[in-house]
Design a protein around this ligand. Sequence first.
Ligand code: NIG
Ligand code: FE
Length: 387
Amino acid sequence: MTATLVTGIGELVTFDPAHRGPLGLVQDAALLAVDGRVAWTGPGTSAPREDADEVVDVGGAAVIPGFVDSHTHLVFAGDRATEFEARMAGRPYTAGGIRSTVAATRAATDDELRRRLARFVAELYVQGTTTFEVKSGYGLTVADEQRLLTLAGEVTDETTFLGAHVVPPEFADDQEAYVDLVTGPMLDACAPHARWIDVFCETGAFTVEQSRRILSAGAARGLGVRVHAAQLGPGEGVALAVELDAASVDHCTYLSDDDVERLAASRTAATLLPGVEFSTRHPYPSGRRLRDAGATVAIASDCNPGSSFTSSMPFCIALAVREMGLTPAEALEAATLGGAAALRRDDVGHLRPGARAHLAVLAAPTYVHLAYRPGVPLVARTLRAAR
Ligand code: NIG
Ligand code: FE
């Protein structure tokens, strides 16, 4: 047994109702972690020092739960800087760019993909992310999708099978045959390596009927459901996600009033991806509208080479505050507890007793600085299981 006492915390965000306000704040706080789990939080003056094997003094810093990034596409090769540059000169974003990453990814060796993935994971940690999901979706053959999920599984338990990202060029003339492949042999090969199944339900990718087939086949194999929907235009993807009790529906850029009501009445998190609107010069959806309706709101990076090539949750928080109408407190909640809800996890995203002791120590006196000082590297230190 190892007991670590973190002291000198100027402001601690716990989300524990035993502490102050919706964030469960404690000023001048301490946290005791035993065997990687939170055992106690409270004022530093009452810290159980005698129980600690080691003491870590953070010198007055704010400490928050590590970010939970519930949506990334980190296993890929190639680069689409040219596409981004063209977009910034006025070209629209389309789902078609995905195919260029598919070609580069298929051509890459396992070791090359592994090295790139390790670099992204290091980026996540230094920016305070301690739990993250990784999708396949740039392989689109049985062997490549299985390979990408195996690599993802080397860095996280939150792996998602996204064989239904787009229809690959070799099936352009027979989309239904590709759906048969995804729901048949590809699912057989991938299900053992995935916790989740996802589909890009959008014009230019998969129809709502195809999406229902794909997600239902995954659910029948024990995979949890998540959906990419309403990114490029309105559609029935959000309704489908709620119908299938998806853990999360992601993008939510175009929501009808009915969609918002459906989400509010459901267990499905609405995951906002502000890096996408930023990188595609798209109007931002309103996080305010979803919060006010009572929906569970999450924020994720969607880190991918096309629509959002940022791995920074602090950057996404700043955008959600400035552009989506969330308060700094609401955006922090969406990036921690909200992400945990989107992954149906109750052991991360907060620091109540029993939670994993995953923490981000900020070079700032308060969490508000995450939005107040955008672009500044404010994560001084990231602890996973208190290490
Ligand atoms: O979540 N929307 C679909 N998939 C990704 C984009 C992938 C890409 O452009 O390579 C997304 O935005
Ligand atoms: Fe995505």
